[in-house]
Design a binder for this molecule. Structure first.
Ligand code: GLC
Length: 740
């Protein structure tokens, strides 16, 4: 088809979209002109009407009455086609019949639970990650939900912080491409489609950098660090069309994000041109008083609306004080009008003014929730999220002909834990598959399964060891399952000690000492420390929390029906003392090299600088050879592109997937640059003996960074390009120069 036709049709589409947009804006203006100040403020007011997902704060509010008076614009934690329809009917009794928004934390699944987001990030499979969000949106939207408070895109480099489970790990590039995949998954082809929900990029911003990894703690960093590490995934979410943002509980350099106009007005709505709306986090407006930033709720309300916070989740600050503030001239009515317009535009875009009940369809809900297809999707994503940390003597995969297998450990028969944090509760008829059930499903009754719990997660006693050792002795192979409980990681779940709790590692030791072949599955929502196991177990899988189909997904990997392909999206420390530890470190003036003298070097006296497991680490049942790296030029001008090609060969006997990671190093720069930075990756599948040629491109964008004046620049000089299987497993290198 000739390019002129394409160009014209694209132009027509964009004109049409703009026309649609201005049509909606005209409608919004006409509604706005009818609204009283109180009705405007009602649209900025969001209350909880379901599960409590924050500090309990009893309000003697008659929600139905408030809805009928037009004093509530959105409810959170209400789920179900029936109840959302009933509540929407109450909203239709208000003077202007403005429909409600229903928001929910659909973080990794709605009815069918998917792996926790950090586990999905370990898949490095953007299609799988998008599928997870797509299925979640299909289920939630069939249940009357318009809006998910996801994706959480906070970069996290401190595993003491419990919400590390909710994001995509430590790296801005990986975090950005995953943020985009999740937004596209949630919002589908176009906002307003019946199977789509509004996404919400959160928590804006830098919440993951809480000092000491303690949740809600202050964040203090240079603007350069903010722009270079913590903002990119938010910009990626915005560029992917995220309809909403949520700000964060933390202060950033002394200013609470909720009252931070640098973040919300200068960057988000100004520099980035964000047209959606910003919701506070739970009570975060009120918390500006606790921060010592506002003297009372009224001042907090004034600060929040002025700084660009559009909707008030749960603190009733706007409902209680905004009208007075406007009348006293302390709040500019334009800020109120702008916030209301942003919200009403989204209500029009979702078609709620035309039909407020369009998402509350019980028939569709019944057909969609928990469908076999959705469960199959969850299993697909789960198996891709498993990371094989070690398989020294090839015990894995286990032969299905094995006669007797012992399953030992406190998480072998764990069901609810498989859901992970931020999984909605559906009561007794919604039980995730345990590891034990997955192995039983896989092997049927031809293999004898023995079981011993050995200990509880937090035990300090070893009374269960004897039985466990006996059980192990009666088996050909032992599968162990140790780790945390699901609620040891998540919101308000920071831990000063991230070792596997209790006597579990002693149990691993006792079982390894039986001399039986032992595979250890470590389960948790964050990087854990398990030094004994890491050193002495021959085979280790990190299985995170894998959701509804956890057991079957683990069995797929254990018995070779799926060759593990996961790679760590976050560094696993050897010691708590190393934290914060992440791969993109700078050289220092006294770089230390393992094996060399540490004298006057940047090193610890008592532990290596190296992590237990590096960013990007993950093994396969097969092996891959990297070869034939070629750069089509070794000198480029600022606007040139380098084409890098290489070959990957599967040199083992299993079909497998490899995540080929491309890192760069800017050898000399002001300010200094990390020793390596992830700039691209490709996940490929190869049959035994198969070779594929891959091509990557490097252009100025990938070489750029923020200088001290916050200018996004690429500095001429020498660069190294590295291709590898992990940050500490670089297979090929080459060099090039960026010319003036
Ligand atoms: C919580 C979380 C936020 C969530 C909100 C509503 O405190 O910080 O991520 O979306 O409240 O549940």
């Amino acid at each position: 088809m000739n390019y002129k036709i394409i160009a014209c049709s694209l132009l027509l589409i964009s004109i049409n979209v703009k026309a649609q947009q201005s049509k909606i804006e005209q409608k919004v203006d006409s509604v706005l002109n009818l609204m009283t100040l109180q009705e405007k403020i009602g649209q900025l007011n969001q209350l909880n009407a379901g599960d409590v997902t924050g500090p309990e704060d009893k309000k003697n509010v008659n929600i139905l009455e408030e809805i009928r008076k037009g004093k509530i614009g959105s409810l959170l934690n209400v789920k179900g086609a029936k109840i959302t329809k009933e509540l929407q009917q109450e909203a239709m009794k208000s003077r202007l019949k403005i429909p409600l928004f229903f928001g929910q934390d659909v973080i990794h699944g709605y009815r069918v639970i998917f792996p926790i987001p950090l586990a999905e990030a370990a898949s490095w499979d953007l299609d799988a990650i998008k599928l997870s969000a797509r299925v979640s949106a299909r289920e939630a939207s069939s249940s009357g939900i318009h809006w998910t408070f996801a994706p959480m895109v906070d970069i996290a480099r401190d595993p003491r912080w419990g919400r590390v489970m909710e994001g995509a790990g430590e790296d801005p590039y990986l975090g950005s491409v995953i943020a985009r995949a999740r937004v596209l998954g949630f919002q589908g082809t176009s906002l307003g489609d019946l199977d789509a929900v509004m996404a919400c990029a959160k928590h804006f911003a830098a919440y993951g950098a809480a000092i000491a990894g303690r949740d809600y703690n202050g964040v203090d960093m240079s603007k350069r660090q903010l722009w270079e590490v913590y903002l990119p995934p938010f910009k990626a979410a915005l560029d992917a069309g995220a309809a909403t943002f949520m700000n964060s509980f933390n202060t950033l350099n002394g200013i609470p994000a909720t009252g931070n106009s640098y973040l919300q007005r200068d960057i988000l709505k100004g520099n980035w041109g964000f047209k959606g709306f910003v919701v506070s986090d739970w009570d975060s407006i009120k918390e500006m008083v606790a921060h010592g930033y506002a003297k009372d709720l009224k001042e907090a309300a004034q600060m929040a609306i002025t700084a660009g916070n559009d909707m008030d989740m749960e603190s009733n600050a706007y409902e209680g004080h905004l009208a007075k503030l406007v009348k006293e001239g302390k709040v500019n009515i334009d800020h109120v009008n702008d916030a209301v317009k942003r919200i009403l535009i989204k209500k029009f875009e979702l078609g709620l003014f035309d039909n407020p009940y369009r998402f509350s369809d019980e028939k569709r809900e019944k057909a969609e929730l928990n469908s076999l297809a959705n469960k199959a999707a969850s299993r697909e994503v789960a198996k891709k999220s498993i990371v094989m940390l070690k398989n020294e003597t090839g015990i894995l995969p286990i032969s299905k002909a094995t006669k007797t297998i012992a399953l030992i450990g406190p998480l072998v028969k764990a069901n609810q834990d498989m859901r992970g944090f931020w999984a909605l509760s559906w009561g007794k008829d919604d039980i995730p598959l345990s590891l034990y059930e997955g192995v039983r499903n896989k092997l049927g009754n031809k293999t004898k399964l023995l079981y011993a719990k050995g200990c509880n997660i937090n035990d300090s006693v070893t009374t269960g060891f004897r039985d466990a050792i006996e059980t192990a002795r009666n088996a050909e192979v032992v599968i162990m399952a140790v780790g945390e409980t699901f609620d040891m990681t998540g919101e308000a779940k920071s831990k000063a000690d991230i070792h596997i709790p209790g006597v579990q590692e002693q149990l691993v030791k006792a079982i390894i000492e039986t001399g039986k072949p032992v595979i250890v599955l470590v389960m948790g929502g964050r990087p854990l420390i398990f030094n004994y196991t890491a050193t002495n177990a021959k085979s280790i899988l990190f299985t995170w929390w894998l959701g509804s189909q956890a057991g079957d997904a683990m069995a797929d990997v254990l018995f070779g029906d799926y060759n593990p392909s996961g790679k760590l999206p976050i560094t696993f420390p050897r010691s708590i003392g190393q934290i914060p530890i992440y791969y993109a470190q700078t050289h220092t003036g006294r770089p230390f090299e393992e094996g060399k003298s540490a004298n006057y070097r940047s090193a610890y006296l008592d532990v290596s600088n190296s992590p237990q497991y590096a960013f990007g680490h993950g093994l396969s049942y097969t092996t891959f050879k990297y070869s034939d790296i070629n750069l089509d030029k070794t000198e480029i001008a600022l606007n040139d592109t380098i084409k890098i090609s290489l070959k990957i060969t599967n040199t083992g006997k299993y079909t497998g997937e490899e995540v080929v990671q491309l890192y760069i190093q800017d050898k000399v720069a002001q300010p200094v640059r990390p020793i390596l930075e992830l700039k691209d990756f490709q996940k490929i599948k190869l049959a035994p003996g198969e070779t594929k040629q891959l091509v990557f491109y490097i252009e100025k964008e990938k070489l750029s960074f923020y200088n001290d004046d916050l200018k996004w620049i690429a500095q001429p000089g020498d660069f190294e390009v590295m291709l590898g299987s992990a940050a500490d497993d670089i297979r090929l290198r080459n060099a090039f120069t960026l010319k003036d």
